[in-house]
Structure formats: structure tokens, C-alpha cells
Design a protein around this ligand. Structure first.
Ligand code: SF4
Ligand code: SF3
Length: 547
């Protein structure tokens, strides 16, 4: 195996025997083979479209879901991945028959490969993985694109589930994925990567539209972090449709619902706040789940990443459920919706009823709900505070959290930033500082949480509105710095989106991506002044000086 897609990759270079995330070699190989098949679909669909056979929507949705299941901490299940590989081949067959005789020229092996022989999958996978591309810079650019596409695909899938689909997003995913099978020049490949940033913005905007039109605009909310007396269900991941259906189905059952990790922002939506049995948020970011799922005592529902391997000492294997593209061996899976129907969460609810109430691990409240609509409602106050000098600078500290000790950097930055700064956040990175008592500036909390990682889109909207309010030419002219933590592939999509918006001088940590080769890094540094995080004090000083 060779996998270097996340920040915690072994030795900062690549996992080669087993993932640091716990992914087995066989699983990593099957994911490579699935991506190879998705590339084949992309090749066939793009060629078909060029020849006038439009299969973009169906292919785009399939490929988006397939890419999503290969994101870090989504799918650890070999049997499920084998099913995916078979489904992808069926899909290719269907496409081939539709475009037969209409397209000319040779097709890439990824479009032509078919095999029912599961025993051969591991060997085939070894020939089509990341290392199949020998040149380091070409590999880096191809993987930067595929990894960014995984993030885009996840957001596109969420939007589609809520009924918002855009052909331009699917077409980009398919065409750009197909481009990774071609021998392109470095400039052409850089072009695809930068265009992925544009597509990431379009996709996050589509998801924002999907979320807010279904559930209203997030609003300032105090979220309880203690527990009640009833048994509970802990829902994690990013899927708001699952959240909606779970809340409806648990109403009046005596079972409470709590959010975990990236589901915390569900508490900010008007449509969910009306449920009295949505009790609040339990615990922290994904990587603490082995302990927190244990003490939660109740049923757990994983709607997307991040699920992590269940340890031998853990006892929650029988009360955790997966759904959607998440899969874990031996864990019960809640099936997809049938057309026009909701998912059936009754198994999860029945399990919860038999469980003890959650054990309290903390008490108090956290405040969030500062997505674009809410912040813009406060715009006058914010603008006034900037003009009067009460707010000197905004620091965007969005992104992911992770296990590494070095992430203490983000806590320290939050603690040591001057008191006249505001932290803008989104994603699970916030758990490094959202329970610190950092105070407020004239009633504006010093940590403004916009929501999930995809709600970084909100932060961009806020920045653009501030730019306009101050009559500036570009968001880079604002008193605004970016100090981003990343872990998995959605954060890469967000990063590419920021680059598309021409944001310069982003600090990225705790380490730079292993999939960015020295040659590609040079391009990023020259064009965008991207830099690794450094020492806390020095970084704060530099950011405060606008550097
Ligand atoms: Fe390693 Fe990250 Fe890949 Fe897991 S997802 S195998 S930790 S690089
Ligand atoms: Fe977190 Fe997994 Fe990235 Fe959506 S839940 S931000 S790491």
C-alpha cells in the first residue's frame, strides 16, 4: 500500500504497511482500485459528453459517492469496498454500451478493465495506486487534484442529498478526474488544480444553499455541553438530512439526541433547534471518540467521517451504527433511503432505549452559529468595532483537528492572540479552543464559529462583505490572516478554494501535505506565499503585522 492523503501520514511521507489511521493494507489497496474504476467512469462519461451522449448527472453522482468513501476515516470495510468496485464496473459497462460506436480513439485501461475475480483485486490494485506515476511532480499534481476532488465530491454528495445538484460540478469532477489518466504538461496539470479551487467554491456555495434552504440560516446559539437524564443517541459526521430524519423519528420516544464532532453546528439551525430533545453537544473532535463513545453509553450514528477503529478495550461495537458512505467491519449499517422515503433509524432508537444515560464529562455551554447571514446581521457592529480600533485583526483558524500534539499550537495561538482580535472558525479545528474563555469585544464573541468545514464558504462570504464595506480592492487588504489546520481531504478542497479566491500568505499546519512535492510547493509558495506554521509567538507577531 501507499497512502499519503492525510496530515497524519506515517513519517510525514506515506503509510506503507498499515495506515496511522488504522486502515489495513488490503483496504488501502481496494480504495486504490476503486479510484482506478472511478477514473474509468470519468473517462467514459467525459468522452460520451464530448460525443453528445450526456451521462454527466448519473456518473457525477456515482463518482462523487465513490470518491467520498475513500476519504480518511470513512470506510474501513474490505467487503464493502469490493462491492463498490463491482458496482463501479457495472456502471462502466452501462456507460460503454451507451457510447459504443459514438466515441473514437483509444480508451485508458481504467475504462477497459473488468474482473469478477476478487482474488485478483489486490494484485491489480498494486499496479494502479499512487506510486504508478513515477515522476514526483506529476504524481504530486495528479494526487493534489484527486485529493481535492475527494473533498469536493463529499460536499457535492451532501448537496445532492438535499436536492441541490449542479451539472457543472459533476462535469468538472468527471473531466478533471479523467485528466489524471492523460499525459499532460505541468502547466496543464497546475491549471486543473487551480480550477478545482473554483469548483470547490461553487460546490460549497451549492451546499450552503442546500443547507440554508432546507434548515434555515444558522443563528447565534448557546449549545449545552452537559447531559440530561434520558438515554441518548450521539450523531456524528456532516450529514444534516440524517440529522433531520433522526430528530423526527426520536421525537416522543424518550430518547435524547446529542451531536458529536462535526455535527455540533446542527445545533445552530432553526429547523433543528425547535426539537427539545436535541440536548446539545457531547465531547470533542473525532479523535477522542474511543473514550467519548464509551462514556456516552448510548447509541451512536456515524453519518460521514470521521469514524476511527474501535479498540479492543471498547464496548460500543454493538451500539454504533454507520450510514451513507461510511462502513466499518462488524458494525451495523443503516440502509439508504428508498425513493420518497426517509431512512429507517428504528434500530438505532431501539438500541438507545436499552442503554444507560450518558455519563457527564463536562458542563457548560459553547456559543456558535456565526455563518454569513448571522454575521452580516451584526455587520454594523463589527464594522464599527474595526473602525474604532476595538477589533484590530481577524484570524481565520478553520479546518480540521487531529491527534498530533503539535496541534496544541492552535490552542496556544488562540490563548495568546491579543485581546483585540477575533478568531473566525469552521470545521472540527475549533475544538482546540472553543471551550476556552476568550471573552468578547463589545458583545461580539472572540471566537466566531460559522459551522462545519464546508462553512468555510461562509467565512469567505463574510470576508468579501467586509472588503466591500471598507471599500477595499481585495480580501487580502483586510486586517485578516489565515492560520489553517488540516487533516483530511475536505480541508484540501477548502484550501484550493481559498487559493482560487487569491488569498495570499496562508499558514498551514501542523505540517505541510506529504503529497505536495518540493517542485509543486515552489509553485504554491511563489504564487500564493503559502507557509508552514512556525513558533506561536513569532507567528502571532507576524500575523498582527499583516505578514
Ligand atoms: Fe495513512 Fe492518512 Fe492514508 Fe490513513 S488516510 S493510510 S493515516 S495517509
Ligand atoms: Fe473534522 Fe474529520 Fe476534517 Fe469537516 S471530522 S473537518 S477531520
Amino acid at each position: 500500500m501507499f497512502c499519503f492523503q492525510c496530515q497524519e501520514t506515517a513519517k510525514g511521507t506515506g503509510c506503507t504497511v498499515k495506515g496511522v489511521c488504522g486502515k489495513e493494507e488490503t483496504t488501502a489497496n481496494l480504495q486504490d482500485l476503486l479510484i482506478f474504476n472511478l477514473k474509468g467512469i470519468a473517462v467514459l462519461a467525459s468522452k460520451g459528453k464530448a460525443a453528445g451522449v450526456d451521462v454527466i448527472k448519473e456518473s457525477g453522482f456515482f463518482v462523487a459517492q465513490g470518491l467520498f468513501t475513500t476519504i480518511t476515516n470513512v470506510n474501513f470495510n474490505d467487503a464493502n469496498l469490493i462491492e463498490w468496485i463491482k458496482k463501479a464496473q457495472e456502471f462502466k459497462k452501462g456507460l460503454k454500451s451507451k457510447i459504443e460506436g459514438k466515441v473514437s480513439g483509444a480508451l485508458d485501461d481504467s475504462a477497459l478493465w473488468f474482473s469478477d475475480d476478487e482474488a485478483s483485486y489486490q494484485e491489480k490494485a498494486k499496479t494502479v495506486g499512487v506510486l504508478a506515476t513515477e515522476n514526483e511532480d506529476v504524481r504530486s499534481l495528479r494526487e493534489l487534484l484527486v485529493i481535492g476532488l475527494k473533498g469536493i465530491a463529499a460536499y457535492a454528495d451532501h448537496a445532492a442529498i438535499l436536492g441541490v445538484e449542479k451539472d457543472e460540478i459533476y462535469e468538472f469532477i468527471l473531466n478533471s478526474l479523467a485528466s489524471t489518466t492523460e499525459n499532460l504538461s505541468v502547466d496543464e496539470m497546475v491549471g486543473w488544480v487551480l480550477k478545482a479551487g473554483e469548483c470547490a467554491v461553487t460546490t460549497m456555495a451549492a451546499l450552503d444553499q442546500a443547507n440554508t434552504s432546507a434548515y434555515g440560516n444558522p443563528e447565534i446559539t448557546e449549545v449545552n455541553i452537559g447531559v440530561g437524564k434520558n438515554p441518548g443517541i450521539l450523531i456524528s459526521g456532516h450529514d444534516l438530512k440524517d440529522m433531520e430524519e433522526l430528530l423526527k423519528q426520536t421525537e416522543g420516544t424518550g430518547v435524547d439526541v446529542y451531536t458529536h464532532g462535526e455535527m455540533l453546528p446542527a445545533n445552530y439551525y432553526p429547523a433543528f433547534k425547535k426539537y427539545a430533545h436535541l440536548k446539545g453537544n457531547y465531547g470533542n473532535a473525532w479523535w477522542k471518540q474511543n473514550d467519548e463513545f464509551e462514556s456516552f453509553n448510548g447509541a451512536i450514528l456515524m453519518t460521514t467521517n470521521c469514524i476511527i477503529p474501535i479498540k479492543k478495550k471498547n464496548t460500543y461495537q454493538d451500539r454504533i451504527f454507520t450510514t451513507g458512505v461510511v462502513s466499518y467491519p462488524g458494525v451495523k449499517h443503516i440502509a439508504d433511503r428508498e425513493p420518497g422515503k426517509a431512512k429507517d433509524f428504528s434500530q438505532v432508537i431501539e438500541t438507545a432505549k436499552k442503554c444507560a444515560p450518558p455519563q457527564e464529562i463536562e458542563t457548560g455551554k459553547i456559543v456558535g452559529g456565526f455563518a454569513h447571514n448571522q454575521v452580516l446581521a451584526l455587520a454594523d457592529k463589527v464594522i464599527e468595532a474595526v473602525k474604532s480600533g476595538a477589533i484590530k485583526r481577524f484570524i481565520v483558524m478553520a479546518g480540521c483537528d487531529g491527534r498530533q500534539k503539535a496541534r496544541g499550537y492552535f490552542t496556544e495561538v488562540a490563548e495568546k492572540l491579543p485581546k483585540d482580535t477575533i478568531i473566525l472558525t469552521a470545521g472540527c479545528a475549533k475544538y482546540r479552543y472553543n471551550k476556552l474563555n476568550l471573552g468578547d469585544i463589545g458583545g461580539i464573541p472572540r471566537v466566531l464559529d460559522a459551522g462545519q468545514c464546508n462553512d468555510c464558504y461562509s467565512l469567505a462570504v463574510i470576508a468579501m462583505k467586509l472588503r466591500d464595506a471598507f471599500g477595499l480592492g481585495h480580501i487580502n487588504d483586510l486586517p485578516l490572516s489565515f492560520d489553517i489546520g488540516w487533516y483530511e481531504q475536505k480541508a484540501v478542497a477548502v484550501l484550493l478554494a481559498l487559493l482560487h479566491l487569491q488569498v495570499k500568505g496562508i499558514r498551514l499546519g501542523p505540517t505541510l501535505p506529504a503529497f505536495v512535492s518540493p517542485g509543486v510547493l515552489k509553485v504554491l509558495v511563489e504564487n500564493f506565499d503559502i507557509k508552514p506554521i512556525g513558533e506561536v509567538e513569532a507567528d502571532i507577531e507576524a500575523m498582527m503585522a499583516g505578514k
